[in-house]
Design a protein around this ligand. Structure first.
Ligand code: IPM
Ligand code: MG
Length: 359
């Protein structure tokens, strides 16, 4: 029996997780996986109910489950809170507590959606890249951090800190991924300004010796952001730290058509994996049955592959998504400006995917 912990969270989280749960349940039946689902609180929902964005009970359950499927956290209701007690803190803490240092964010284009990108089809067709983002270090967690009053003025500070072991272990994840793909790894950094990036360049180059079959390039983050919109197909695997990875993965997602399509997996030492869509809580769409559940459904596919060792089931889910899109099913975010098509809601889109799963 595989216990899956669902953490719907805030905004559109509950709606998209509900659809992914249905799809996972069906895939489990079809492929003989014995899945059971439990639900827990995280983010603003947890804050309101318990006073903490990550209640101890949620963390304990996550530790004992096979995998966690998370929706999204945050929303305007909690926007005025200091960073330390915000819904986002719940997400950051669960990543840290479970040791989930490796965040995999694949960005691919479904052929049916080539036209949905704001970039020209010939630029977009065939994009197939993987962002490997370090997830438990860097400026998100560095000390010292804080705010103070100095000479009558408000100051605030954060520190970007990495040690060589943190860099080496995420680098190995990225090299292994590249070795299983097209064999190109681009390390993204800001070593012309930051000491911490210079250390990344050094350590990544050292780790490269263990992977002679992978071709390594170092790329400055600003020019990488530019190349991603100019020539995205040049990239295979991108390796980077927490902050640059956050920014570049949204960019990579958007050039493929919609932020509503991109899944992610966060893996680490503990054996528990956490799977979540790259998009956020989209409060403006919440409760309207308008969200796109496909990123969460595809995160479910990553869960099947990475946590349950069920690549066939994962492939079946991905194929079902591709077929639904080929048949013309679209949520609102996937429509081009001016495009006339019937629009599906979140629930109906989930239903279509269910229907396409093999009997
Ligand atoms: C992401 C999100 C989170 C992050 C937020 C919600 C804390 O933007 O997963 O990319 O910055 O990591
Ligand atoms: Mg982000």
């Amino acid at each position: 029996m595989h216990r899956i912990l669902l953490l719907p969270g805030d905004g559109i989280g509950p709606e998209v997780v509900a659809e992914a749960r249905r799809v996972l349940g069906r895939a489990g039946e079809r492929f003989g996986l014995d899945l059971t689902f439990e639900e827990g609180l995280i983010g603003g929902a947890a804050l309101d109910a318990t006073g903490s964005p990550l209640p101890e009970e949620t963390l304990e359950r996550a530790r004992s489950c096979r995998a966690v499927l998370l929706g999204a956290v945050g929303g305007p209701k909690w926007d005025a809170l200091p960073v330390d007690v915000r819904p986002e803190k719940g997400l950051l803490r669960i990543r840290k507590e479970l040791g989930l240092f490796a965040n995999l964010r694949p960005a691919t284009v479904f052929p049916a959606l080539v036209g949905a990108s704001t970039l020209r089809p010939e630029v977009v067709r065939g994009i197939d890249l993987l962002v490997v983002r370090e997830l438990t270090g860097g400026i998100y967690f560095g000390e010292p951090r804080g705010r103070e009053q100095r000479d009558g003025r408000r100051r605030a500070f954060n520190a970007m800190v990495y040690d060589e072991e943190e860099i080496a272990r995420i680098a190995r994840v990225a090299f292994r991924a590249a070795a299983g793909r097209r064999g190109h790894l681009t390390h993204v950094h800001k070593a012309n300004v930051l000491e911490v990036s210079q250390l990344w360049v050094e350590v990544v180059s050292e780790v490269a010796r263990e992977f002679p079959e992978v071709e390594l390039a170092h790329q400055l983050v600003d020019s990488c952001a530019m190349l991603l919109v100019r020539e995205p197909r040049r990239f295979d695997v991108l390796l980077t730290g927490n902050l640059f990875g956050d920014i570049l993965s949204d960019e990579a997602a958007m050039i493929t058509g919609s932020l509503g399509m991109l899944p992610s997996a966060s893996l680490g030492e503990s054996g528990v994996g956490l799977f979540e869509p790259v998009h956020g809580s989209a409060p403006d769409l919440a409760g309207r049955d308008e969200a796109n559940p496909l990123a969460t459904i595809l995160s479910g596919a990553m869960l099947l592959e990475h946590s349950l060792g069920a690549p066939e089931a994962a492939g079946a889910v991905r194929q079902a998504v591709a077929r639904v899109l080929e048949a013309g099913a679209r949520t609102r975010d996937l429509l081009l400006p001016g495009e006339e098509r019937p629009v599906l809601g979140c629930r109906a889109m989930g239903e279509q995917v269910l229907r396409e799963l093999p009997a």
